[in-house]
Every structure is written in structure tokens, then in C-alpha cells.
Unconditional design. Sequence first.
Length: 163
Amino acid sequence: MPTTSRTRPEQRAQARKNYDELIATAGFPSKPDGTPMGYRTAVKVGVIFSEAKNKARAREFVRFLLQEENLTPYVEGALGRWFPVTKLGQQRPFWQQDRHRKSVFDQYAAGTVTFEFTRNYKFTILNNENVWAKAMNRVVSEKVPVDKAVDEMIARIKTVAGS
């Protein structure tokens, strides 16, 4: 009986065709005023808990992982899922070898900004409350007029933001 975890050659061929020919990776369009869209990016973080039983080994692991010769294979092994944080990693040919990764490289080369919650924790509260999706749901599912749903959302944002 064949296992479902193995792919057949025709499945791999279709996946390769999808990646090479049928899928596009593109940057964001321009803003309505024609200016470039700012890309948001997040840097993934790790923590060593204050009550960790072996902080020394944890620090050792972090030092190991952050060495270029260890971090780069990890990032590239993810096949473009993560973008490197080091200039050396960003300049590697890997990011120019196909149009999808080249598109990601171009997005980062154009400049990025951090998510708002990195500057103000109150954005985390609003994100957790899903205020934007709730407003959209009010319009789409509950048939509330757009203006009213937006006003409710803005009122909630002002309440959380304290302004």
C-alpha cells in the first residue's frame, strides 16, 4: 500500500512546473497616490527564559546558530521562507537564482519598515482583537453600512490608543 508522505515523479514534475511557470511572486503595487508601498517586515526572535535550567547551553546554541556558516544554510534551506538578516547572507547568489527569490530580494533591497507593534504595544492589543476583520465582518455578514463599521473601528482604536 503506497504511503501518502511520498510524492510520485509526476507530482514532483507538476510542482516544478507550478513553481517555474505558473506561480508569480511580485511586490506590492504602488499606493493610490502612485508612491511606492512600504514593505513591513518582522525579525523573528528567540528567548532564553529567566528560569531556564541551562542558560549557558542556551546562549551557546544562540551563538552557534548566529554564526554565518550556520545561519546561512538554515535560511537557504528554508528555500526563501526567511530572508537573511546579515548583509553577507543577503548578497549570496541564492537570492538571485530564480525569479521568486529575486523578487523577495528586490522587496528587501527597496527598504522595509517594522510592524507598528514594535513601536507601540497597543497595536498588539488591536491586532489581537482583530478590529480590522471585525469591521469587515460587520459590513459583509451583518450588512452594517461601511461608514458605521469604520466609525466603530476607529472609536475602538482611539479607546485602546488613549486618544
